[in-house]
Write a protein that binds this ligand. Structure first.
Ligand code: ATP
Ligand code: MG
Length: 209
């Protein structure tokens, strides 16, 4: 696991796992990650890039995993405590949080784990592969996204964290590329640079300097 880059973890590390497709990563992800990290005094939050997002793979074309990882690496590069996770991509196949948490537990035998999800993802958590393992191996942290409240399973002891609710989604951002509407302030500049360099989402290559 690429968490060896976690610098000075001593004692019982508190580790957040924030999984997603990140197609592309946006300020909603970053604001959520840093606010949960602060609220729960986590040592780090790993933005784990799904290899094959099993819930989405049949509904649309997903940007290649390596490009999504490059965008997440760019997004977190200057943010203390946030890490880009490449383990699910290295592991290959469909990405199941239960497997990722098991691998993290093997790496950090004394760690405490927090699985972070938006409420849309939380509402489907009991359909996740071996979700019982997710609940056993971590505390599940849920943040609200804008919109109507979502019904959550009463069987799970959710930890709720209030973060600024930003009405930003990767789906909207992808359609902004298609329509030519601006992405400024919704996606950070380092991510926009990767998108441009790799010509993702039909972006035409802009030459910087
Ligand atoms: P898509 O529209 O393609 O589904 P997304 O914006 O929902 O993209 P994902 O990669 O699917 O992003 O989400 C990863 C995780 O981040 C999920 O738990 C999701 O609920 C959460 N998340 C995404 N956007 C926000 C946001 N604006 N605020 C809080 N959580 C968010
Ligand atoms: Mg989503």
């Amino acid at each position: 696991m690429d968490i060896s880059l976690a610098p000075s973890l001593s004692g019982k590390p508190r580790i957040g796992l924030f999984g997603g497709t990140f197609d592309p990563p946006h300020v909603g992800h970053l604001v959520t990650a840093v606010n949960v990290m602060s609220a729960l005094r986590l040592d780090l939050v790993i933005l784990m890039v799904a290899n094959v997002p099993w819930q989405k793979e049949h509904s649309r074309i997903i940007t290649p995993a390596a490009d999504r990882l490059a965008m997440v690496q760019a997004a977190v590069a200057t943010v203390p405590g946030l890490l880009a996770g490449g383990w699910e991509i290295e592991h290959g196949g469909p990405s199941f949080t239960a497997d990722t948490l098991t691998a993290l537990h093997d790496e950090y035998l004394d760690g405490e784990f927090f699985t972070i999800v938006g409420d849309d993802a939380a509402s489907g958590l009991t359909t996740w592969e071996r979700y019982e393992d997710v609940v056993r191996l971590s505390q599940v942290v849920v943040v609200d996204r804008p919109g109507a409240p979502v019904a959550l399973s009463k069987d799970i002891a959710w930890v709720r964290v209030e973060v600024p609710r930003l009405e930003v989604s990767s789906t909207d951002l992808r359609s902004r590329f298609t329509d030519g509407r601006p992405l400024d302030y919704l996606v950070t500049q380092p991510v926009l640079d990767v998108i441009s360099q790799r010509s993702l989402y039909g972006a035409t290559l802009k030459v910087n300097s």
